[in-house]
Design a protein around this ligand. Structure first.
Ligand code: 5RP
Length: 213
């Protein structure tokens, strides 16, 4: 089965977590882009959506789904998003689409994080996918030097500015044996806005290829 079809099936399966009257947290990426049209079929049943990126906001609005501000909703019942890697404990690498900061905020504000993946995202050990780290631009080189000390090889994602006006370092060569500890360590580096490790707030439910793991 194609990767595209796997993503479509996962998006379809996520619809069972959409409850009447709820505000739905919506992630970013090609998998979520398959979920949004399905959500639109229920747009009169839900109160609206909180978006994790300008790109998803535009698509939600295009489909006539009301977009709400997290500041006015309080916590959300469910957040639905994709991932770049997922380990057996549902710890994730995210940020391939540069939306990691708002994704982590909305995931943190949600009681249930439903993650949609295809077979290519399943790994035993996180880190083959370069770990995205969003950084304040003036701190970029300083942060990069700290990452080298931690054993990674940071590469600036050229030509990319995040929705928050920041830059992305993609960190290669990390064998992430202790994701929670690495997330904490990287969070301590001044100038780091967000680490694309979702280990401290991991997924609660993972749907791969339409099937719950
Ligand atoms: C965006 C993300 C995405 O969830 C991740 O990159 C997966 O994307 P896709 O669904 O296109 O494979 O973290 O920042």
């Amino acid at each position: 089965m194609s990767q595209d079809e796997q993503k479509r099936r996962s998006a379809q399966a996520a619809m069972r977590y959409v409850e009447d009257g709820a505000v739905i947290g919506v992630g970013t990426g090609s998998t979520v882009n398959r979920f949004i049209p399905l959500l639109a079929e229920r747009k009169h049943d839900i109160e609206g959506a909180v978006s994790s990126s300008e790109a998803s906001t535009a698509l939600l609005k295009q489909y006539g789904i009301r977009v709400l501000e997290l500041n006015s909703t309080g916590d959300l019942p469910v957040y639905i998003d994709g991932a770049d890697e997922c380990d057996p404990h549902f710890r994730l690498i995210k940020g391939g689409g540069a939306a990691l900061t708002r994704e982590k905020i909305v995931a943190g504000a949600s009681r249930k994080f439903v993650c949609l993946i295809d077979d290519s995202k399943r790994v035993d050990l996180l880190g083959a996918f370069p770990l995205p780290i969003e950084v304040i631009p003036m701190a970029r080189s300083f942060v990069a030097r700290q990452i080298v000390k931690l054993g990674g090889q940071p590469v600036l994602r050229e030509g990319v500015l995040t929705d928050n006006g920041c830059q992305i370092l993609d960190v290669h060569g990390m064998r992430i044996t202790h994701p929670e500890q690495l997330e904490r360590d990287l969070n301590q580096v001044p100038g780091v806005v967000t680490v694309g490790l979702f280990a401290l707030r991991k997924a609660d439910v993972v749907i791969c290829n339409g099937t719950e793991l």
